[in-house]
Design a protein around this ligand. Structure first.
Ligand code: RIB
Length: 301
C-alpha cells in the first residue's frame, strides 16, 4: 500500500519529566524517583506517531537556537519525519515540565518558547499542506497559525483533524475549516460546558461534521451528523506513563483514515497504538511502529 502523506503543524517541546510516586500538592515538596529529558510537544508527538504508524510525514514548526532545538530536530529526523519546513528561531525551544505519578497520570506546564513564533505560514508551508492527504493540528502554537493552516487545508480540499489541546475557546472560522474534532473528555467539557462526553460530542456536531471524544481507559466515542454514536472500547493495560497517549491516537487515527478505513475501525486501530504507548515511558519515545500496532490490533497481512 502507498504510504499516505500527512502534514502536521504544531508544537515541539523538550519534555523534562520527573517520575514520582505521588504528585506534590500545592506547597509540598516530594522526592522523585527519576528524571528524564525526552522529545515531546503535541505537534511533534503526532508527527512521530503518524510516521511510525506508516505515513510519510512533514512537520511544520519551530525550535529555538539552543541545544534542545538541535536535539529536537534530530529526534524528528531519526523518527523519519521530514523536517525541511522546521524553522530554527532566535531564543529558547519550547519546554514541558511534567510530573508522572505511579498510576501513569501526569500534570504538565508548557513554556512555549519558539512555538510562539508560529503565527503565519510560508509559501512552502501552504504548498506542503495542500499536497497532503490530511493535516493534523493542535493548540500549543498561536491560534493565528492554527487558523491559517486549517484554512489552507480547506482551500485545497485536505482533511483537517484538530486536537483542541490545551483547551481554549475555538474561533468559529477554525471550526468551519475543521473536518474532525478530536478532544478528550475534559476538553470536550471545557468547549461545551457539558460534563457528559456524549452530550458534549452531540453539541460539537453543530459546528463540525465529525467528533471523536477520547475517554482514556474507557476508549473513545465517535459521533457524526446523521449517524448513530459508536463507542470504541480501549484495551485493558497497565499504564506507566500516559503522556502523549492522545497524540499517539491522533497520529495513528489519521493514518488509518487516510488508508480508507471507516472511522470506528480507524479508532479501534488507533486505540491499540495508544495502549502500547502508555505501557512505555515518554511521549514520542513510547510510540509504537506499524507492525506492533497491527499485532496489538489483531490485523493480519
Ligand atoms: O500531549 C503530550 C505533550 O504535551 C507532551 O509531550 C508535552 O510536550 C506537552 O506538549
Amino acid at each position: 500500500m502507498t504510504r499516505p502523506h500527512i502534514a502536521v503543524l504544531g508544537s515541539i517541546n523538550m519534555d523534562l519529566v520527573a517520575y514520582v510516586a505521588k504528585a506534590p500538592q500545592r506547597g509540598e515538596t516530594v522526592t522523585g524517583r527519576e528524571f528524564r529529558t525526552l522529545p515531546g510537544g503535541k505537534g511533534a508527538n503526532q508527527a512521530v506517531a503518524a510516521a511510525r504508524a506508516g505515513a510519510t510525514v512533514s512537520m511544520i514548526g519551530a525550535v529555538g537556537n539552543d541545544t534542545f532545538g538541535t536535539q529536537l530536530r534530530s529526534a524528528l529526523d531519526h523518527s523519519g519525519v521530514d523536517t525541511d519546513l522546521l524553522r530554527t528561531v532566535e531564543g529558547p525551544s519550547g519546554t514541558a515540565h511534567i510530573v508522572v505519578d505511579d498510576d501513569g497520570g501526569n500534570a504538565i506546564v508548557v513554556i512555549p518558547g519558539a512555538n510562539d513564533t508560529l503565527t503565519t505560514l510560508s509559501p512552502g508551508d501552504t504548498a506542503e499542506i495542500a499536497s497532503a492527504a490530511a493535516l493534523l493540528l493542535q493548540l500549543e502554537i498561536p491560534m493565528e497559525g492554527v487558523l491559517a493552516a486549517a484554512q489552507a487545508a480547506r482551500a485545497a480540499g485536505v482533511r483537517t483533524i484538530l486536537t483542541p489541546a490545551p483547551a481554549r475557546p475555538l474561533p468559529p472560522e477554525l471550526l468551519a475549516a475543521t473536518d474532525l474534532l478530536l478532544p478528550n473528555e475534559h476538553e470536550a467539557a471545557a468547549l461545551t460546558g457539558l460534563p457528559d462526553p456524549a452530550d458534549a460530542a452531540r453539541a460539537l456536531l453543530d459546528q463540525v461534521p465529525e467528533v471523536v471524544v477520547t475517554l482514556g481507559a474507557a476508549g473513545s466515542l465517535y459521533v457524526a451528523r446523521g449517524a448513530e454514536p459508536v463507542t470504541v472500547p480501549a484495551r485493558r493495560v497497565t499504564a506507566v506513563d500516559t503522556t502523549g497517549a492522545g497524540d499517539t491516537f491522533a497520529g495513528a487515527l489519521a493514518v488509518a483514515l487516510c488508508e480508507g478505513n471507516y472511522l470506528p475501525q480507524a479508532a479501534s486501530w488507533a486505540s491499540a497504538a495508544s495502549a502500547l504507548s502508555v505501557q512505555r515511558p515518554g511521549a514520542a519515545a513510547s510510540m509504537p511502529y506499524r507492525t506492533e500496532i497491527d499485532t496489538e490490533a489483531g490485523v493480519t497481512a
